[in-house]
Design a protein around this ligand. Structure first.
Ligand code: ADP
Length: 662
């Protein structure tokens, strides 16, 4: 069986995702009666009663019960749904409430959960149709607005802006270090991009990695590192020197069966992966102190997360573009395990969390950041004063196409039509607010394209594949064209060169970990639905698979045979793939069509190793800290797959402690 660590192919645990949600009735007990439209209409808008409705959600049918009187939607109750826990929670918490409050079906969908949102709205509409409602009118009717409340002013010690992984880690850490904390999040739910990410976490690991076998190809990579010249490694020359000594010692010990790793190897991979040149010919690489902080603290971050209740799988894999098997996976699906754990700890430690509260400006007094102004979704103005500091953790700008196009200085042709894997909330707010107070923006031109986005949506979901060493990419001509173990920008650039900028990830049963084909993949997608919707192709022979993909069968089959000889020889003479899984030969075979989409924005507010934000003169801005995707300096030109989660929790924790004065 393939390595159990590869999160993309886990299926069993997804059964745990399937749950029936019986929500408390979200109702208005008649309190909206005076606000109901057309209340004077003797006929009324609805036939009073309770009606059921259903519609397709992400993974199954969503069922609701809606109660109406003559003119008012009284309550909406979700009776059953099985969409992704964590990611879709906000849908089922907020949409019924908004329908009742607004007396309208014109409801904003929840960012990052559009299928569940639309499914729920359709189910409510189906119930209301039975009550005789005019659905078109309800869908176009402006919702009744809750009036803005009286302005809110609060005083605290640390304010954290953004409730994704970095922000929650900062809140927990600041509180742990004794500070009074308020975290604000602009959306109705915590989690940001973190909760919908794969949750992959890169770290050396003295407990788990020795259980992983060293392959011949990886041994060859270590030998190659011994030939690297320190002179080409700038600030990292000493790191390379130390690494070479570690590798020599590893070989000298004579046991090269267990996987080698060290913080220094992680640093060198991060350096090599991030060293890039922009379109103006300017070179960039990760700031040494930040990369060192990342790689040397990563394992400590795992232990810190564990101390808060997070659980990691035993196995280790290589997420796409990670360059080495050091990728850890949480036991909970996607990023939900991290977010739920951190939210619980933050609350237990007394941090106050304000949802639907969008920071708009940093407050500066005598050159020091002393708080933020914000606005709640109902328009209520908020002023938060922070005596110790503000941590900016607002994520990236991948969902802000104007900003992507404005700053991109890496991809020769990137226009605003490019799709993204991000939630719509990743709009770069923190970068704008930081810039306004003099923060230096670092590496803004470098934007990561995820090579394997879903054509049409840009999403990460909707496909099947294994760990990076097992993945094989072929183009529409049926040919391999790249080293699939390479960095993400290399993979994306190569994909953009292919016909229709599209390629197929080829898998077999072994590389997928022998999944239950009547079950679900790690994203919660049902295999049979994926096949029926032609999101993936499945066939018992490579010839049949080629036919479904529409690629020349003879070329494709020859290509796969050739690849299997590379696996046998642990050497890819064509593209230099550096690590291999098992041969691809166990039917059924699978092909997932993919195309690049915007995934991560590497640039942002420049920080130092204490997560202090630096101004354009390289000096810390008093009272301002940043962590996660909003910050710049770690990943430089190309982030390694699996380094973002390590980054957000490591620097989130540091930022919280620094803001608390530690
Ligand atoms: P990271 O991985 O760096 O933690 P995420 O995308 O996971 O980034 O989380 C960033 C969070 O910040 C998101 O939940 C997003 O909605 C929130 N956010 C973005 N801008 C603002 C803002 N202006 N005010 C409050 N929250 C914000």
């Amino acid at each position: 069986m393939r390595h159990p660590s590869c999160r993309y192919v886990r299926t069993g645990f997804l059964a745990a995702l399937v749950f029936i949600l019986i929500m408390g009735v979200i109702g208005c007990s008649g309190s909206n009666k005076e606000a109901a439209p057309d209340a004077a209409d003797a006929q009324g808008l609805y036939t009073p009663g309770t009606y059921t409705g259903e519609a397709q959600g992400l993974h199954s049918v969503i069922k609701v019960e809606v109660t109406v009187d003559a003119n008012t939607i009284q309550s909406v109750k979700v009776v059953e749904q099985k969409d992704t826990e964590g990611v879709s929670d906000a849908v089922f918490e907020t949409i019924p409430q908004k329908v009742v409050e607004g007396q309208s079906l014109k409801v904003d969908i929840v960012s990052g959960a559009s299928v569940s949102s639309n499914g729920l709205i359709d189910a409510i509409a189906a119930a209301l149709a039975k009550a005789g409602a005019d659905i078109d009118e309800l869908k176009s009717r402006e919702p009744l607005k809750a009036a803005a409340k009286e302005a809110i002013t609060k005083k605290t010690e640390v304010v954290v802006v953004g409730g994704g992984g970095a922000g929650l880690a900062a809140a927990v850490s600041a509180a742990e270090n004794g500070a009074k904390v308020i975290l604000i999040e602009k959306s109705p739910a915590l989690g940001g991009n973190t909760i919908r990410s794969g949750g992959e976490f890169n770290s050396y690991d003295p407990a788990r990695q020795p259980k992983v076998a060293m392959t011949k190809a990886l041994t060859n990579e270590l030998k190659e590192i011994l030939t690297y010249d320190e002179k080409e490694f700038g600030d990292y020359a000493d790191t390379l020197k130390t690494l070479k000594e570690q590798i020599k010692e590893y070989f000298a010990k004579g046991d090269t069966t267990k996987l080698f790793d060290s913080p220094e190897l992680h640093m060198i991979h991060t350096y090599i992966g991030g060293k890039r040149t922009d379109l103006d010919g300017k070179e960039i690489s990760g700031k040494f102190e930040l990369v060192k902080t990342l790689a040397t603290n990563s394992y400590g971050t795992i232990q810190w997360l564990e101390s808060h209740g997070a659980k990691f799988q035993d196995g280790i894999g290589t997420v796409l573009g990670a360059l080495w098997p050091r990728t850890h996976h949480n036991t909970e699906p996607l990023g939900t395990g991290y977010i739920n754990t951190m939210e619980k700890s933050a609350k237990e430690l007394g941090a106050e969390i304000m949802l639907n509260t969008k920071a708009t400006k940093l407050i500066v007094e005598n050159g020091r950041i002393v708080g933020v102004t914000a606005e709640q979704s109902d328009g209520t103005p908020v002023t938060l004063k922070a005596s110790k500091g503000v941590v900016m953790a607002t994520g990236g700008f991948g969902a802000n196409p104007e900003m992507v196009v404005e700053y991109n200085n890496y991809w020769p042709a990137l226009d605003a039509s490019v799709k993204t894997t991000n939630t719509t909330n990743a709009t770069g707010d923190g970068i704008v607010m930081g810039k306004e107070v003099g923060a230096n923006l670092w590496g803004m031109g470098f934007i990561q394209l995820m090579p394997s986005g879903q054509p049409g949506t840009g999403a990460l979901s909707g496909g099947v594949w294994g760990s990076a060493e097992t993945q094989i990419f072929v183009n529409k001509e049926g040919k391999r064209y790249v080293n699939e173990y390479a960095e993400r920008d290399v993979l994306a650039a190569a994909a953009l060169e292919q016909t229709d900028q599209t390629f197929y990830i080829i898998s077999d049963m072994t590389s997928l970990g022998n999944p239950d084909l009547n079950g679900k993949n790690v994203w919660g997608d049902n295999y049979q639905d994926l096949i029926a919707n032609k999101n993936i192709f499945m066939a018992d022979t490579l010839e049949e698979l080629a036919e479904q993909m529409g690629v020349p069968a003879d070329v494709f089959v020859a290509e796969m045979k050739k690849y299997n000889t590379y696996v046998e020889n642990q050497l890819d003479p064509e593209f230099g793939k550096k690590n291999f899984g098992a041969k691809l030969e166990t039917p059924p075979f699978f092909a997932t069509p993919r195309t690049p989409s915007v995934h991560h924005t590497m640039g942002g507010l420049e920080i130092n190793e204490k997560a202090q934000v630096l101004n354009t003169e390289g000096k810390p801005i008093d009272g301002l800290f940043a962590a996660g995707e909003v910050a710049g300096g770690v990943h430089a030109g190309n982030r390694l797959g699996g380094n973002a989660i390590t980054d957000i929790f490591t620097f989130g924790r540091i930022a919280g402690a620094s803001a608390a004065g530690k």
